[in-house]
Design a protein around this ligand. Structure first.
Ligand code: COA
Length: 316
């Protein structure tokens, strides 16, 4: 019997091409000052040849190598993405094939920017139920494929990349490392953020999304902490979806974090990578050893749907 699950290792991948705000001014009527002050982004990575599955696979390979497990141990692969162009086969089976994972349960999950926390919650439930022993959970996006590069309102916001976590069961008697997921949606507001088949580019009513994120989400983040039995003041780090530093600051103001808590702001160098943003930011915090192993970290994603999800995890 298992008591729950934990994340044992993370990995991430970003394309090598850096696109700065200055680069965007060559084709768009925009400027570095506007982008930095309104959004917080300085640069982003844009994929040339890599697909969503390629980036997901690279991130997953790194996470698996760091986990001490092998492909033979993995029996569940979940990929959170909203930008995979191919409908079939799904990204998860492509990743499994690339990594030599022979016969896992493998599915994609689309809740846009909250996808990674939804996927971690789903994998945790599968492990608790005995439907899986070890899982790889990935957030991967190639948003450059669904960006209208002539629209300054959206083109300055997004980037490409992937982050992955290896999750495993925690035996009875030990403390689980993944807290209960808090997940939900506001479907009545779904149309304010869209990538529709007939015009497959990101469109949004930016101010409505901004208002929703800054006024309605903090109580859900606090509730995710409560469900894990962790007071927000005890968090070592907060890793929210990386959409806008003003949104992050607005949520942080209401959370009651300690002064020493780290707040991830990876969007400065990565842009908004939707489902990839939380695992990318978390993987980098771990790589830079900024959060001690075992310390509580609140993950919190939000975006298209509109959807949101979060949970407290123990840092691997
Ligand atoms: C997108 C966002 C940064 C726009 O900021 P904003 O302060 O709402 O800006 P507005 O859209 O009101 O535009 C203000 C002005 O800047 C202009 N503008 C828009 N994009 C610009 C750009 N890239 N460069 C320069 N000027 C720009 C607008 O045309 C407008 O000009 P006007 O006043 O002359 O009409 C902000 O609304 C936001 O972050 N929303 C949340 C969106 C989000 O995070 N979505 C993903 C969630 S997962």
């Amino acid at each position: 019997m298992v008591a729950g699950s934990r994340i044992v290792a993370m990995g991430h991948y970003q394309p090598s091409r850096v696109v700065t705000n200055e680069d965007l001014t060559k084709t768009l009527d925009t400027n570095d000052e506007w982008i930095r002050s309104r959004v917080g982004i300085a640069e982003r990575r844009i994929a040339d040849t890599e697909t969503v599955a390629d980036m997901a696979g690279f991130a997953a390979e790194k996470a698996l190598a760091a986990s001490g497990l092998t492909a033979a141990d993995i029996d569940l692969v979940i990929v959170a993405t909203c930008s995979s162009i191919d409908r079939c086969p799904n990204v998860a089976t492509r990743v499994a094939n690339k990594l030599g994972i022979a016969a896992p349960a493998a599915y994609d999950l689309n809740t846009a920017c909250s996808g990674f926390s939804y996927a971690v919650g789903s994998a945790d439930h599968a492990i608790r139920a005995g439907a899986a022993r070890n899982a790889i959970v990935i957030g991967a996006e190639k948003l450059s494929d669904v960006t209208d590069w002539s629209d300054r309102k959206t083109a300055v916001l997004f980037g490409d990349g992937a982050g992955a976590a290896v999750m495993t069961g925690v035996p009875d008697g030990e403390e689980p490392g993944v807290g209960p997921v808090l997940w939900g949606s506001a479907p009545d507001k779904g149309d304010v953020l869209r990538i529709e088949g007939w015009r497959p580019y990101i469109e949004q009513e930016g101010q409505i999304v901004f208002r929703w994120a800054t006024t309605e989400l903090a109580p859900f983040a606090i509730e995710a902490c409560r469900r894990a039995g962790v007071d927000p003041s005890e968090l070592a780090a907060f890793v929210p979806h990386q959409a806008n530093t003003r949104i992050i600051d607005g949520i942080v103001k209401r959370l009651g974090l300690s002064e020493n808590a780290i707040v991830a702001k990876d969007l400065v160098e990565s842009g908004n990578t939707s489902a990839a943003s939380v695992p990318l930011a978390l993987s980098k915090l771990i790589e830079r050893r900024e959060v001690p192993s075992g310390a509580p970290v609140l993950l919190f994603g939000f975006g298209g749907g509109l959807t949101y999800a979060g949970q407290v995890v123990r840092c691997p």
